[in-house]
Design a protein around this ligand. Structure first.
Ligand code: PLP
Length: 404
């Protein structure tokens, strides 16, 4: 059988739809974020990145880089295996204590990514709690959906960010069944924020446990970077808080926090924890340095929020359509996969601006967009350059439409 022909047929279909993904080849430049070198056939050139999830530029922070380099020099590069085989590295324990403290919980458990932490925790909870039902927000991330699917627990989907619908769906379930309400704080594609208090109140009324994904919020919100739940004083009312070390903390890895017994339960039963190599100690040490810094420093958050406001105002002033939301994520709507790709390519080629097009299946068809994430290190001049570029492209696209 010609397997390559089968693969190629599906890739060709993606290309016809305009959903085939091409990634820019970039080399981030430590100390110059958000600048990076873009590699191409004609060599490399410096460009500005506008779509990084290293939201606060912590990936280049001197304390974080130093922690990674010094720990690699002291401990070597890898963890040497799973924690089951090679034990817990001292730096894993320190990081887990730091995370538990960040979220005001008894314990934390590390995973190799945020994706794996959602997949592993939800699949373990759903499969090991007898008769469990998982109530999942309609727009939950793929990693949560996969975890729920893998658990084989009954799943009930409630309307996105709608506590009343959640209430109705919980009320319809037998009181004795263990219920898990799974949702996110900041939704990464639309940038909207969940009504956490209302969701927690509904869950409490029905005796359900709450599972929140704060991947796009940790480091970013709350006086110590504990996320939206910290900002709203709700961390102690949420059973499990999940997060990533790979976005605002600028490193790599994922985690869950909660009671000591729950973390021990997940540690003991989760294949996504047991059967995969632990985080390199140097990565753990760098993450610890980043979390410690963001627990006390407000500078990055304050400056980032200023630049987000500034970009929104500039887009508004020049009539560039963008989604209004209360977070740091600015989706500029295009609504067509081919145009989205084209605008992204033109931004790169003509303006030295990198914004990856966001197409299906990351977002529903017809809602293709550019997802812009200003950092504390984008200057006012960078913002002006981006908005001027978008305005010029909008005019060109509008003219093209008129001609057509
Ligand atoms: N949860 C949400 C809501 C996400 O958007 C993502 C990734 O973008 C993840 C989890 C996975 O986190 P990680 O990138 O650390 O695997």
């Amino acid at each position: 059988m010609d397997f390559d022909a089968l693969f190629k047929a599906q890739l060709d279909a993606l290309k016809r739809e305009g959903n085939y993904r091409i990634f820019a080849e970039l080399e981030r430049k430590c100390g110059k974020f958000p600048r990076a070198d873009k590699h191409g056939q004609d060599g490399k050139r410096e460009i500005t990145v506008w779509c990084s999830n290293d939201y606060l530029g912590m990936g280049q922070h001197p304390d974080v880089v130093r922690a990674m380099v010094e720990t690699a020099q002291a401990c070597g590069t890898g963890a040497g295996g799973t924690r089951n085989i090679s034990g817990t590295n001292h730096h894993h324990r320190i990081l887990e204590e730091e995370l538990a403290d960040l979220h005001g919980k008894e314990a934390a458990l590390l995973f190799s990514s945020g994706y794996v932490s959602n997949w592993a925790a939800l699949s373990t909870l759903g499969s090991r709690l007898p008769g469990a039902v998982i109530l999942s927000d309609a727009l939950n991330h793929a990693s949560m959906i996969e975890g729920i699917r893998h658990s084989r627990a009954d799943k009930v989907i409630w309307r996105h960010n709608d506590p009343e619908d959640l209430d109705r769906k919980l009320a319809a379930l037998p009181a004795e069944r263990p219920k898990i309400v799974a949702f996110e704080s900041v939704y990464s594609m639309d940038g909207d924020i969940a009504p956490i208090r209302e969701i927690v109140e509904v869950a409490e009324r029905h005796g359900a446990m709450t599972y929140i994904d704060e991947v796009h919020a940790v480091g970013m919100y709350g006086p110590r970077g504990g996320g939206v739940a910290e900002r709203e004083g709700l961390m102690d009312r949420i059973t499990l808080i999940e997060g990533t070390l790979g976005k605002a903390f600028g490193t790599f890895g994922g985690y869950v926090t909660g009671s000591a017994v729950m973390c021990d339960f997940i540690r003991s039963f989760s294949s996504g924890f047991i059967f995969t190599t632990a985080l390199p100690p140097a990565v753990a040490a760098a993450a610890t340095a980043s979390i410690r810094h963001l627990k006390v420093s407000q500078m990055e958050r304050a400056r980032q929020q200023r630049q987000v406001r500034h970009l929104r105002e500039a887009l508004e002033a020049r009539g560039i359509p963008h989604m209004d939301n209360p977070s740091h994520i600015i989706p500029v709507m295009i609504g067509d996969p081919v145009k989205c790709r084209m605008i992204s390519d033109m931004l790169m080629a003509d303006w030295g601006i990198y914004v990856q097009p966001i197409n299906y299946p990351t977002v529903p068809k017809g809602t293709e967009r550019l997802r812009i994430t200003p950092s504390p290190y984008h200057s006012d001049a960078d913002i002006d350059h981006l908005v001027t570029a978008l305005e010029s492209l909008w005019k060109r696209c509008a003219i093209a439409r008129q001609v057509a």
